[in-house]
Design a protein around this ligand. Structure first.
Ligand code: GDP
Ligand code: IMO
Ligand code: MG
Length: 447
C-alpha cells in the first residue's frame, strides 16, 4: 500500500480525473504548449513521454514568451514537478541550453524540478550528424526533419546499440558502448554519406562536463507516477508532435520516429493504460504542417498565405514557414479513434476572424474515385487523395480574447459546433489567443 492511499480525502481525489493526456491531433504545432501550461495550474506533475528537442511548445504569459523543447511545459508553474520519461530522446546539450534559457527568463529552479528516467535515450552529436547527412542524401525526397538527430537516436534505441541516461553511472561500460556506437555510425558517415566523422573524444568531453548534473536529475519516473496516483496527485501527460507524425499511424515516411498517439504516453512514461482518465486532443481550427509529406487540404495560395501571416505560422524550433490548409475532419476521425479522445481543444479560432467563407474537408476522394470517411493507412495512397469540402460562412467580428461561448459571433459558434459534430467528441476548450486567459473553458479536463 502506497503512502496516504487509505486517507478518505485522498480516496475521493483518486476517483477524479487525475491523469490527463494532452496531445496533437494533426501534424504538430496545434497549441499543446498553451494548453499544457494552462492545465498545469491544477496539475502537480507534467510528463513528457516521447520525442525530444524537435518539439517547440510556446507558452505566453503576459508579455513573456517562452519556448520549451525538451522540458515539459509545466515548468512555468513553480510547484510543478516535470518528468522526462523513458520514451524521450535526451540531448544533454539541448537540455542544459534550455535550462539556461529558462534561468534567463526568471525560472531559476528548473534543474531541481526536472527528473529524468534512467531508461531515456541519450541523444549525441553523432545522431545530429547522421540526421543531417541522411537528409542531404535523400535530396528531393528529404523528410524535412528538424535536424536535431531524433530519428537516428531512435534507430539506435531500437537496434539495441543506443546509450541511455543510466549508462552514465558506469563510465567504463559507457565508453565501451560509445566506442561500439561510433564504430558503426562513423563507418556510415564516412563511407556511405561521405560526411565528416564524429570523434570519440569530443563526445566524451561534452558528456563529462555534464555527467554529474545529469545523474543528479535521474529518478524512477514510473514509481513517481505510481506514488502520485496513490496519493491522488494530478498528472498531465504532454504529447509532442501530432497524430499524423506518428511513426505507425502517420503519413510514413514523412513522420517523426516516435509514437505520438495516446498509447505512446503509457509506454514512454511507465503509466499503465487503465490509469489514463481523459485524453484531450489539441487541434487548430485549420491545419498546418512543417516539412515534407502529403497534406490534402493544403492551401498553396493567397488564402493560405493570409492565414499563415495572421496565425504567425512559423516553426518554433526551426523558424520554417508552416504549410497551411483547411480543417480536415477526415483525418480528425482517425485521430479520435486511435487516441480514444475524450474531448477537443480547438485552437486559434481568432485567426479565422474576417474570412468570408470557410471550408471543411468532410470526405476524401480516393485514387479509384470512391469516397472515404477515413484517411487511408497506406502512405502512398494518402498522397493521392483529393479533399471533398463543405463550406460555411465566416464572421467579420473579432473573437480575440473572448472567454465565453455565448459571446462568440453566431457563425463562429456554428463552425465550432459543426467541427464537434463531425469529430463526434465534445469541444472542451476553445482558444481565442496565445495567452492563458484567452480561453473559453467549456469542460475542464482536470476537474
Ligand atoms: P505546440 O507545438 O503544439 O505547443 O504549438 P506551437 O507553440 O509550436 O505553435 C502554436 C502557436 O500558436 C504558438 O505561437 C502559440 O503562442 C500560438 N497560439 C496558441 N493558441 C493560440 C490561439 O488561440 N490564437 C492565436 N492567435 N495563437 C495561438
Ligand atoms: P511540436 O511538439 C511540427 C516534423 C518535422 C518533419 C518530421 C520529422 O512542436 O508539435 P524529426 O526532426 O522529428 O525527425 O522530423 O516531423 N516535426 C514537427 N512538426 N511540430 C513538431 O513538434 C515537430 N516535430 C517534428 O518538421 O516533418
Ligand atoms: Mg510546436
Amino acid at each position: 500500500m502506497r503512502v496516504g492511499a487509505n486517507c478518505p480525502a485522498i480516496k475521493e481525489r483518486i476517483n477524479m480525473p487525475n491523469n490527463v493526456v494532452v496531445l496533437g491531433t494533426q501534424w504538430g504545432d496545434e497549441g499543446k504548449g498553451k494548453i499544457a501550461d494552462l492545465l498545469t495550474t491544477t496539475a502537480d506533475i507534467v510528463v513528457r513521454s516521447q520525442g525530444g528537442n524537435n518539439a517547440g511548445h510556446t507558452l505566453v504569459v503576459g508579455d513573456k514568451k517562452v519556448v520549451v523543447r525538451l522540458v515539459p511545459s509545466g515548468i512555468l508553474h513553480s510547484s510543478s514537478l516535470c518528468l522526462i520519461g523513458s520514451g524521450v530522446v535526451v540531448s544533454p546539450e539541448a537540455l542544459f541550453g534550455e535550462i539556461e534559457e529558462l534561468k534567463a527568463s526568471g525560472i531559476t529552479d528548473a534543474e531541481q524540478r526536472i527528473k529524468l528516467s534512467a531508461a531515456s535515450s541519450l541523444l549525441l552529436p553523432v545522431h545530429v550528424a547522421i540526421d543531417k547527412a541522411s537528409e542531404l542524401k535523400r535530396g528531393k525526397n528529404a523528410i524535412g526533419t528538424t535536424g536535431r538527430g531524433i530519428g537516428p537516436c531512435y534507430e539506435d534505441k531500437i537496434a539495441r546499440r543506443g546509450l541511455r541516461i543510466g549508462d552514465l553511472y558506469d563510465m567504463e561500460i559507457f565508453k565501451e558502448k560509445l566506442a561500439n556506437l561510433l564504430d558503426y555510425r562513423n563507418f556510415a558517415l564516412k563511407n556511405y554519406f561521405g560526411a565528416e566523422e564524429v570523434s570519440f573524444d569530443s563526445i566524451m568531453d561534452g558528456i563529462m562536463k555534464v555527467r554529474d548534473r545529469i545523474l543528479a536529475m535521474v529518478a524512477d519516473v514510473s514509481a513517481i507516477l505510481a506514488d502520485a496516483r496513490a496519493s491522488g496527485k494530478k498528472v498531465l501527460f504532454e504529447g509532442a508532435q501530432g497524430t499524423f507524425l506518428d511513426i505507425d499511424y502517420g503519413t510514413y515516411p514523412f513522420v517523426t520516429s516516435s509514437n505520438t498517439v495516446a498509447g505512446g504516453c503509457c509506454t514512454g512514461s511507465g503509466a499503465g493504460p487503465r490509469h489514463i482518465d481523459y485524453v484531450l486532443g489539441i487541434c487548430k481550427a485549420y491545419t498546418t504542417r512543417v516539412g515534407g509529406g502529403p497534406f490534402p487540404t493544403e492551401l498553396d495560395n493567397q488564402i493560405g498565405e493570409d492565414i499563415r501571416a495572421r496565425g504567425f505560422e512559423f516553426g518554433a524550433v526551426t523558424g520554417r514557414p508552416r504549410r497551411v490548409g483547411w480543417y480536415d475532419a477526415v483525418a480528425m476521425r482517425r485521430a479520435v479513434d486511435i487516441n480514444s479522445l475524450s474531448g477537443l481543444a480547438l485552437m486559434k479560432i481568432d485567426v479565422l476572424d474576417g474570412m468570408e467563407e470557410l471550408c471543411i474537408c468532410t470526405k476524401y476522394k480516393l485514387s479509384d474515385g470512391t469516397l472515404s470517411d477515413l484517411p487511408p493507412l497506406a502512405a502512398y495512397e494518402y498522397a493521392k487523395v483529393t479533399p471533398v469540402y463543405e463550406t460555411m460562412p465566416g464572421w467579420s467580428e473579432s473573437t480575440v480574447g473572448v472567454t465565453k461561448f455565448e459571446e462568440l459571433p453566431e457563425n463562429a459558434k456554428k463552425y465550432i459546433r459543426r467541427l464537434e459534430e463531425l469529430a463526434g467528441v465534445p469541444v472542451a476548450i476553445i482558444s481565442t489567443g496565445p495567452e492563458r486567459e484567452q480561453t473559453i473553458m467549456l469542460i475542464d479536463p482536470m476537474a
